[in-house]
Design a protein around this ligand. Structure first.
Ligand SMILES: Cc1ncc(COP(=O)(O)O)c(C=O)c1O
Length: 391
């Protein structure tokens, strides 16, 4: 059986590879602490779970859901955005589509805009699905380097003219995975002008938009003038409400783009279990202090990680958002060798930065989504084993 070329060229998904390494270490009896995948450790708020239980008993919810999502869910998304910023007006009928988690929509949007050989502009380092989605659609990912000296924002002026001409779609993601960088409104305005000039669809991935520290609140791409002319924003219940396992998200913005994504999806999947949509409505329209509570926990962990690493020789500044700390590897290491060293000697999993693209080489990522005691233990172990690193 010969696999198609499009999947022959695919590397195994980053975290599938890391899971294998963890399994090997565990088989040797190591008590592995994983600071790898960004999967919230806290439970989904009780009122959301309770609504799911009720909705699951309703036989009407046992049938196929609507392809684009229940209108009530899409209305709740529009209302949630309005509460977040009065500048964001969305028509729930035409400007919101329900997704089976934002990962699904991020992969599928490429099918809507890329003909074979067309370019997708992707942040590097970046969430791997942008580039993989482009490859699966027959497109060609073009890396926009996120450099530390630019605050991990892409330099849009550095994109060559012929590449911009061939590009059909651009992915942006702030607050950023893996760097935890943030973008201000001026950056989005620049990106919107670039997209207009080059006829490019912007897909802003706002998976971490609600996790802000020390009072920081990330702007939504959709609140920037002109955003809806050129693009959409992805968000999901996953990180905001500790619902990664539930698989529900959305895309919102430009009606044509939303319709195209909905059209692709209606031919591939059959929507999200309605009981999950009903529970998510309870999340979106219910008490929002659940977000503050979880953010407070992440902020404490951020302080622990930054202080812990700084005590080992780093000189990291406090991050403003997202659930990650991104740091350079010590002298004499590359991303892979350092991740391997930390796993072998301390039994701690960190994610090698090169897993997020070539410009992630020389960095590693630590996640804040694990139990605080385990996180402390990981830092204590690293300090005991390594003392200080030379950076
Ligand atoms: C940047 C980014 N976007 C999107 C996702 C996907 O989230 P979900 O499919 O659970 O909505 C993730 C998950 O880790 C992520 O880090």
């Amino acid at each position: 059986m010969e696999e198609a070329r499009r999947i022959q060229s695919l590397p195994p998904y980053l975290f599938a590879r890391i899971d294998e390494k963890i399994a090997e270490a565990k088989a040797k009896g190591v008590d592995v602490i994983s600071l790898g995948i960004g999967d919230p450790d806290r439970p989904t708020p009780a009122h959301i779970v309770e609504r799911l239980v009720e909705a699951a008993h309703n036989p009407e919810n046992h049938r196929y859901p609507s392809y684009v999502g229940m209108l009530e869910f899409r209305q709740a998304v529009a209302e949630w955005y309005k509460q977040r910023s009065p500048k964001i007006e969305l028509d729930p009928k035409t400007e919101v589509v329900t997704l089976i988690g934002s990962k699904e929509g991020i992969a599928h949007i490429n099918l809507c805009y890329l003909n074979p050989g067309d370019i997708a502009l992707i942040p590097d380092p970046g969430y791997p699905v942008y580039g993989i989605g482009a490859i699966l659609a027959g497109g060609v990912p073009y890396a926009m380097p996120l450099r530390e000296e630019n605050g991990f924002l892409p330099d849009l002026e550095a994109i060559p003219g012929d590449i911009a001409q061939k590009a059909k779609i651009m992915f942006l993601n702030y607050p950023n995975n893996p760097t935890a960088a943030i973008a201000d409104e001026a950056f989005y305005a620049q990106a919107i002008a670039f997209a207009k000039a080059n006829d490019i669809v912007i897909c802003h991935d706002a998976a971490y938009s609600e996790i802000g520290f020390d009072g920081y609140k990330a702007p939504s791409f959709l609140q920037i003038p002109g955003a809806k002319d050129v693009g959409i924003e992805f968000h999901s219940m996953s990180k905001t409400y500790n619902m990664t396992g539930w698989r529900i998200g959305w895309a919102a913005g430009n009606a044509k783009v939303i319709e195209a994504l909905g059209r692709i999806k209606s031919n591939i999947d059959s929507g999200v279990f309605q009981a999950i949509q009903e529970a998510s409505i309870a999340g979106l329209l219910g008490p929002q202090n659940v977000i503050e509570a979880v953010t407070k926990v992440y902020q404490e962990r951020r302080d622990l990680v930054i202080e812990g690493l700084n005590a080992m020789g780093w000189n990291l500044k406090k991050t403003k958002a997202a659930v990650y700390v991104w740091a350079q590897v010590p002298k004499g290491h590359n991303s892979a060798s350092f991740a391997e060293l930390v796993l072998d000697k301390a039994g701690v999993v960190i994610t090698p930065g090169n897993g997020y693209g070539e410009y992630g080489e020389g960095y590693f990522r630590v996640t804040l989504t694990i139990d605080t005691q385990r996180l402390k233990e990981a830092l204590v172990r690293m300090k005991q084993v390594f003392g200080k690193f030379e950076l």
